[in-house]
Design a protein around this ligand. Sequence first.
Ligand SMILES: Nc1nc2c(ncn2[C@@H]2O[C@H](COP(=O)(O)OP(=O)(O)OP(=O)(O)O)[C@@H](O)[C@H]2O)c(=O)[nH]1
Ligand SMILES: [Mg+2]
Length: 357
Amino acid sequence: MNEVQQFLGDNLEVYVSGFVVVGGLIAYWLKAKQRKIPTDFPTDAAAPGVEAPAKISWTQRLSLGLDKSRSEVWGKIGNLFSGEKPSLDEIEEVLYTADLPTGLVQDLLTKLDKEGKGKSPNEIQSLVYQFMKDKMETVQKTNRVSDGAKSTKVIMIVGVNGAGKTTTIGKLATKLKSEGNKVIVGACDTFRAAAVDQLQVWCERAGVEMVRAKDGADPSGVAFDTVAKAYKENYDYCLIDTAGRLHTNVNLMEELTKTKRVMSKIDPQAPSEVLLVLDAITGQNALKQAQEFHKALQLTGIIFTKCDGSAKAGSAVGIVDSLKVPIKYIGVGESVDDLHLFDLELYLKTLVGLETT
Ligand SMILES: Nc1nc2c(ncn2[C@@H]2O[C@H](COP(=O)(O)OP(=O)(O)OP(=O)(O)O)[C@@H](O)[C@H]2O)c(=O)[nH]1
Ligand SMILES: [Mg+2]
C-alpha cells in the first residue's frame, strides 16, 4: 500500500498535467463543433447578442463597394487634371494601376487633353464618365436578363476557381425565389463534396430545390438531370453551378463545353444564359480569362464580383469594350443583398463620384 501511495505521490504532477491537456482538447473540440456552420457561409444576420446591421439601399451598398476604386483611381482624375499644371503622366500611372487596357488609357488621355483644359474637377469627372459610357453603352444595350418569356430559363454559371460562382448562385437563387419564381439548382461541381454542401446550405436558406450527383455521375449528368426536372416540373429558373477551372486547362474547358452540349439535348435553346463570374481583383488577367471562356462557351454575359475588395472595379470598362459581352450582375460583398442587376449609369456615376439622382 505504501508503495502504491508513494508511486502516486511521485507521479502526481504528471497526472494533473495529463488531465489539464485532455480537458483542454475536449473543450476546444466542443467549441469548434459549435462554430462550424455559421462561419463557413456568411449571412447578413448578426451574431447572437449583436445588434443586426441597419438595412441599407442598393445605391449605398454600391457606393461603399466602389469606394476603393473611386478614392484611389476614378474620383481623383478631376483634381489631378484641373490643377495649375495638369499632369497627364500622373493620370496615366493611376489608370494603369486600375488595370485599364493601354488603348483605353491613351484614348482617355487624348480626350482629356482635347476637351478638359480649363474645366473644373467636376466637369472633368463628367468627361471621364461620358468616355466610359460611350465605350460600354452599345454592348450593355444587348443585355437581356429576363425576357419575360414563360418558359424555363436555364442559367449556366462558369469561371475560374474561387471567383464567386457558388456564392453568386446562392444570392441569385434567393433573389429569384423571393420574387416569386420557382427555382432549381444543379450542383455540378462534382469534384469537391464541400462544394455541394456549400451550395446546399444556400439552397436550404433560400428554400429552393437542389439536384446533387448520383454516385459516380459526371458533371454533365447532373446538369442533364437538373434541366430535365426543371422542364418537366415547369420551373421558372434552373441555375447550374460548375467547378472552377483555369481557362488554360484544355481538358477541363472541354468538359464545360460537354456540359453545355448535354443540356441542349433537352432543349436546343438551353442554356439560355452562360454567365462568366469574374473577380474584379483579377485585374488584367480577367480579360484573358473572359476571352478563353467566351471562345469555348459563347458567353451571354458577365457577373462582375468582389468589386468591394480592390481598386480595379473600373477594369469592367476594358472587358466589356474588348469582349463585346455585357455585364449582367455586379457583386459588392458577401451577403445576399450585395448582388444586383448591373445598371451602367449608376455604376459609372458611382465609380467617378457624380450625383446619382
Ligand atoms: N468581398 C466579396 N467576397 C465575395 C463576393 N462574392 C463571393 N465572395 C467570396 O469569395 C469566396 C469564394 O466564393 P465561392 O462562391 O466559393 O467561389 P467559387 O467560384 O464557387 O469557387 P470554386 O467553386 O472553388 O471555384 C467566398 O469566401 C465568398 O464569400 C463579393 O462580391 N465580394
Ligand atoms: Mg463553387
